[in-house]
Ligand binder design. Structure first.
Ligand SMILES: C[S@@+](CC[C@H](N)C(=O)[O-])C[C@H]1O[C@@H](n2cnc3c(N)ncnc32)[C@H](O)[C@@H]1O
Length: 236
């Protein structure tokens, strides 16, 4: 099925961080990420990007409560080199306990409370930075309409040494899955946003087509699992 991409506002983005419906919806997102194996999909893409490095910096865009990478830290902390993590989000929703858990696992995690475009505007270009970060995102890029998305991906390409994202797949199967989230107890905010997210999600080469057409990048974009879409971009 060829489904046009439609971007509409998500309720979670417009609720105060401490609104009980938002708190509950972020809990739902943790369960959805587990069901969709987001941490595994991210981890297997990051393993080769991290291998052989003495030090690694990762910045997660739209990191929410920071719990996704904490799951990854639990499985990778012993295998990966010391890691510096930036958890960037518009909303300050990372719990102190989450930061403590990162520290216990040997990762340094900092919360970056910022709009992604403002952050990109003041971040150094990767060319001028031997220590450029790997930038990642989960359930984030689909928030942006096509022109904004292209601006975002161009900004990321200038600042990152690699980029990995896991997004909703714009497909009939994912749409059906999003409509069944009530069955696992997700609240009205999550149920609304899930359907909106699939319609705003990605298929085919949607993301690669917005990436700068520059031979110095290797791009792999594909379906990942039943409901997800993954882009792995690395400097050649
Ligand atoms: C669907 S949630 C996903 C959160 C997290 N990545 C996860 O998997 O649970 C999208 C997140 O993007 C954040 N966000 C939306 N627009 C943003 C922007 N312009 N800059 C930074 N963060 C933004 C929201 O606050 C929200 O936490």
């Amino acid at each position: 099925m060829s489904m046009p991409r439609v971007v509409e506002p998500e309720w979670l983005d417009h609720l105060p961080a401490d609104d009980p419906r938002a708190v509950r919806s972020r809990g739902d997102l943790r369960r959805i990420n587990q069901l969709m194996s987001a941490s595994r999909l991210l981890g297997e893409a990051l393993d080769p990007l991290v291998a052989g490095r003495s030090k690694v910096r990762i910045v997660e865009l739209g990191a929410g409560d920071g719990s996704l990478l904490l799951r990854l830290a639990q499985s990778r902390a012993r295998k990966w080199p010391p890691l510096e993590l930036g958890l960037l989000d518009l909303q300050p929703v990372v719990a102190v306990e989450t930061l403590v858990r990162y520290r216990e696992l040997g990762w340094t995690a900092d919360v970056v409370h910022a709009d992604v475009f403002a952050w990109l505007a003041k971040t150094r270009d990767a060319d001028a930075d031997d220590d450029a970060p790997i930038i990642i995102a989960n359930l984030f890029l689909h928030h942006f309409e096509d022109q904004r998305l292209a601006d975002l991906l161009h900004g990321i390409a200038r600042r990152a040494r690699a980029f990995v994202c896991i997004e909703p797949r714009r497909s009939a199967t994912a749409l059906l899955g999003s409509r069944l989230l009530g069955a696992i107890g997700c609240n009205a905010v999550t149920r609304h946003d899930a359907v909106i997210s699939v319609r705003a999600g990605f298929a085919g080469r949607d993301l690669s087509d917005c990436w700068p057409s520059d031979v110095s990048w290797e791009l792999r974009e594909h379906a990942a699992g039943l409901f997800s879409h993954r882009l792995i971009a690395r400097r050649a």
